[in-house]
Design a protein around this ligand. Structure first.
Ligand SMILES: Cc1cc2nc3c(=O)[nH]c(=O)nc-3n(C[C@H](O)[C@H](O)[C@H](O)COP(=O)(O)O)c2cc1C
Length: 204
């Protein structure tokens, strides 16, 4: 049985992108097909030019990843949302994609599928948990079955949050995401793919 994992994310500096790719590796290791999708920029060109690397990063990622679509929701058995934190909350760019999905929600396209979330922040205590939990609110409305990271893998005693993977890296300076944080995202991807497979069997 094919398991399809959609990873819609937003990133400017590459930290959330690195977590998204690690989550994709984990999901593929569990046998899933993966679509990585970058939500598009909505702030002005002036804002994107205000921090070195943002505009270049956006151009590079837009060439590498298609924008997420409503059709991706039809395809997906699981959705893993990835976002940089914005004042302890989801980025407007990822939220704009989510807010384009009202029709799919009304048609019940999320019901019984797996949902999960991860994020990048600048500060260790910069709002990672509140950001992931803000996406739990969204996932509850959508009807997704929320898959948290918990402590079901040894890596969770070294990194991450029990809600979802997290990297405290200031992406605008393109620092590397620590290996343990990437390992949490890999584990999260594996776990989500496994749960999505079980849920797909239940949905019939
Ligand atoms: C408008 C704005 C608000 C932000 N708010 C927070 C915040 O509340 N806490 C924090 O730790 N970092 C905050 N950041 C920093 C980013 O979340 C952080 O640099 C993140 O790693 C960027 O991810 P990316 O490399 O995927 O773009 C903010 C950045 C911007 C531009």
């Amino acid at each position: 049985m094919a398991i399809n994992v959609l990873i819609p994310f937003y990133s400017r500096g590459g930290s959330t992108e690195a977590l998204a790719n690690a989550a994709a590796e984990g999901a593929r290791a569990a046998g899933a097909e993966v679509r990585l999708r970058r939500a598009r920029d909505i702030v002005s060109a002036e804002v994107m030019a205000s921090v070195p690397g943002w505009a270049e990063g956006a151009a590079r990622m837009n060439a590498a990843y298609a924008a997420p679509t409503v059709e991706d929701i039809d395809w997906a058995d699981a959705i893993m949302f990835g976002t940089p934190t914005r004042y302890g909350n989801v980025s407007a760019e990822l939220k704009a994609y989510i807010d384009s999905l009202g029709g799919a929600w009304f048609q019940g396209k999320f019901n019984g599928k797996a949902g999960s979330a991860f994020c990048a922040t600048m500060g260790t205590h910069g709002g990672a948990e509140s950001t992931v939990i803000s996406l739990f609110n969204v996932m509850s409305h959508l009807g997704l079955i929320i898959v948290p990271t918990g402590y079901a893998d040894p890596i969770m005693f070294k990194a991450g949050t029990p809600y979802g993977a997290h990297a405290a890296v200031d992406g605008q300076y393109v620092k590397a995401v620590p290996a343990d944080d990437l390992e949490v995202a890999r584990y999260q991807g594996r776990r989500v793919a496994q749960v999505a497979g079980a849920l797909k069997t239940l949905r019939g």
